[in-house]
Design a protein around this ligand. Structure first.
Ligand code: IVH
Length: 675
């Protein structure tokens, strides 16, 4: 079609066509042509522009490839300052913000536009007569750097506004960032080329946008999302959300993750929802932003110092922080595994003070090149154990010491060994190693296992060091006389301890199996085993194949369980415990309890319950065959709410999940127990 028309018309048609494909691909995420067809159109336009240079236009897609390198960026003064946002971390702060807004506006229910808080770089884009004429970084808020040529290379930024109703003059603000998947690919490519590896998508985006050579920027996969525009001040729109809709019409990418909600309950539900999906979002966010949606209300509220009174950034707790490694110690676990642990100068991460971080194993220490004395970044995400993410190499002092993994067990001095296909070194001394024995005993006696109240680490140290106790069965042979010889063991404590030991004999099969400390058997696997087999003899007699019949047990766990009970030493400990009088009558009932209302159901506990502790409630649920998890998802069956339940309750309502109070829970469990 284009062949017969004039070159000028041909070029214009190609520009429109190519930019439409760009928009479909980069903004709508819905590719409309094959790469080959896109390349063909692109080369056709390039050839025309080469033959007729007078046809070249600033909004030609061929102009997205960068130009000559700059010596420095020019300064640009922003038409209106680029302000910052007030931050909140706690629910109470969000509620206080909503109350202030409601009071100032004299209206009880406020409509908010909610958006992700992108973790990238703020930029301002200026369009004149539909064409992108200038793009700048935020800088100090008043003056930024002119990065127009670099921003032109960002495919999702329109070079020309779409649609017929675009204003003659327009400023758009938003965030330049790198999608997580693009970041991963970029780093892979950088590694192959032996080039710099970026620490995170934000750094990669910043480094790429602030390149003096735009041709380098053009090779970096940057993305843009718009979150504001000066047409809000034009009087043509009533709501912030409508201005964002208009930006979509003009060709800008605006996230689909935005919502319009009502009141503090609405914003908190949005926060909870995005928080739960954070890791699945294609880009990094460090929180969400709430903006009073009515533009007239925004005007009434105005600004205080450098931040709007009508908006709030609700941030996630920082999950990473820098601190210093004061020492690297090696811990021996109850399975003999040697774990290097970094002792850290105390630091607040994700709202919790962290003083230790696991280094996992020797290979990890080498790979991350952690020295004693190094400044490191530690991360604590959710409930996971804090870990050392990386060393801040520039901060390494001359006195930093490399870590040497001991060849002998730091507790018993026995040799350590590492299987060829394993990264974990283990002490070879088994239960003869006091560390393993002590850990095994503490685990056995712990609250969720057999539960012997008062048997803490000081006491276990003495019992093991004086060779009074070798295996958990020995605990049941302790007498008033043997205990009397121990430090800090008054008559009364001895009586209490013996009573606690006696009491522990009456337990459940699940607790008993868990207490044995089989390497791969946590509480829930122990429950699965108890429920499936119903008695200890059956569990001990099951081979790999039989064990794999248990739901959720795979070959690795099955093998480790069969291996444990194949060891005569372990069988004799079990026998000795049974001989000592450990009993689990409840187990038989449990095994039959599959018809109960709680059986197989997933519970989330939130807020303080009036009488039951968190652990007690968890145990009761488990005893009825239920499962307790930490966060509300579509798979949750019941959310049990106490006082101040917070965002989990909001989420339960949103997902339509049944909410119980303590009485409701007990009623439900009662039904289970009766059946
Ligand atoms: S609105 C008047 N919306 O947060 C305030 N900012 O602290 C205008 N940011 O540097 C900002 N996502 O780059 C707004 N959805 C969003 C945002 C957002 C990220 C950044 C912005 C600015 C900082 C403000």
């Amino acid at each position: 079609m284009a062949e017969s028309s004039a070159p000028g018309e041909q070029a214009a048609a190609l520009r429109v066509q190519i930019e439409q494909h760009n928009h479909s691909y980069y903004v709508l995420d819905q590719p409309t042509v094959s790469d080959a067809e896109y390349d063909r159109l692109f080369r056709e336009l390039q050839a025309l522009e080469l033959a007729f240079p007078e046809l070249l236009r600033p909004d030609s897609p061929t102009q997205r490839v960068g130009g000559a390198p700059l010596a420095a960026f020019n300064e640009v003064r922003h038409a209106t300052p680029m302000l910052s946002l007030n931050n909140a971390f706690e629910q109470e702060e969000v509620e206080a913000f909503d109350r202030r807004v409601a009071e100032a506006l004299g209206s009880p229910l406020i409509e908010y536009a909610t958006e992700p808080k992108y973790d990238g770089l703020a930029v301002s884009l200026v369009y004149e007569n539909g064409l992108l004429v200038s793009g700048a970084t935020r800088g100090d808020g008043t003056t930024g750097e002119d990065v127009t040529t670099n921003l032109r290379t960002v495919r999702s930024i329109p070079l020309r506004l779409h649609g017929r109703h675009a204003p003659a003059s327009l400023e758009v603000r938003g965030e330049v960032l790198m999608l997580k998947a693009d970041f991963a690919r970029l780093n892979e490519r950088q590694a192959q080329l032996g080039e710099k590896i970026f620490a995170n998508p934000r750094n990669a985006a910043a480094g790429s946008l602030r390149q003096l050579d735009p041709r380098i920027t053009a090779t970096r996969p940057l993305t843009f999302y718009a979150y504001g525009t000066d047409v809000a001040a034009s009087g043509l729109y009533t709501r912030h959300s409508e201005t964002l809709d208009a930006l979509t019409q003009w060709g800008f990418p605006v996230t689909r993750e935005r919502r319009v909600v009502i009141g503090s309950a609405g914003v908190l539900a949005y926060f909870a929802d995005i928080g739960a999906r954070r890791s699945q979002l294609p880009f990094d966010i460090d929180g969400v932003v709430y903006k009073v949606n009515l533009l007239a209300a925004q005007n009434t509220l105005g600004f205080v110092s450098r931040a709007p009174r009508f908006a709030l950034a609700h941030k996630f707790p920082a999950e990473e922080a820098e601190t210093v490694v004061e020492a690297i110690e090696v811990q021996v676990g109850r399975t003999g595994a040697l774990t290097p642990v970094a002792r850290l100068a105390p630091v607040l991460v994700g709202g919790v003070t962290v003083t230790n971080a696991t280094l996992h194993n020797e290979d990890e220490v080498r790979r991350k090149d952690v020295h004693i004395g190094d400044t490191v970044v530690v991360r604590r995400a959710g409930d996971v154990i804090p870990e050392v993410v990386r060393v801040v190499a520039e901060k390494r002092g001359a006195d930093a010491q490399p870590f040497i993994m001991p060849l002998q067990c730091p507790v018993c001095g026995s040799d350590t060994s590492k299987a060829e296909d394993e990264v974990i070194a283990r002490c070879t001394a088994g239960l003869y190693c006091p560390a393993q024995r002590k850990q095994a005993l503490l685990h056995f006696a712990s609250r969720r296992a057999i539960e012997i109240e008062g048997l803490g680490d000081k006491l276990v140290d003495q019992l093991v060091d004086r060779q009074l106790v070798h295996t958990p069965a020995d605990l049941y042979r302790l007498t008033r006389e043997t205990l009397a010889g121990l430090e800090r063991m008054a008559e009364k404590s001895a009586t209490n301890l013996l009573a606690a030991i006696e009491k522990s004999k009456q337990t459940t099969l699940a607790r008993f199996i868990f207490a044995l400390g089989i390497r791969t058997v946590g509480e829930s696997t122990a429950q699965d085993l108890a429920r499936y087999f119903g008695n200890i003899e059956a569990v001990m007699g099951a081979d790999d194949t039989a064990l794999q019949q248990v739901p959720d047990i795979g070959p690795v766990v099955a093998h480790s369980i069969a291996g444990f009970f194949g060891e005569p030493h372990n069988r004799s400990v079990v026998q000795a415990l049974l001989d000592a009088g450990v009993r689990f009558e409840q187990a038989a009932a449990l095994a039959l309890d599959t018809a109960g209302a709680a059986y197989g159901k997933t519970f989330v506990l939130t807020g303080a319950l009036p009488t039951l502790s968190r652990d007690a409630a968890t145990q009761r649920i488990r005893d009825c065959g239920g499962k307790v998890t930490g966060s509300v998802s579509k798979k949750t069956d019941f959310v049990v709410c106490g006082a101040d339940p917070g965002s989990k309750q909001v989420k339960a309502v949103e997902f339509g999940i049944a909410i119980l109070d303590e009485a409701g829970l007990l009623n439900l469990l009662g039904q289970s127990e009766k059946k």
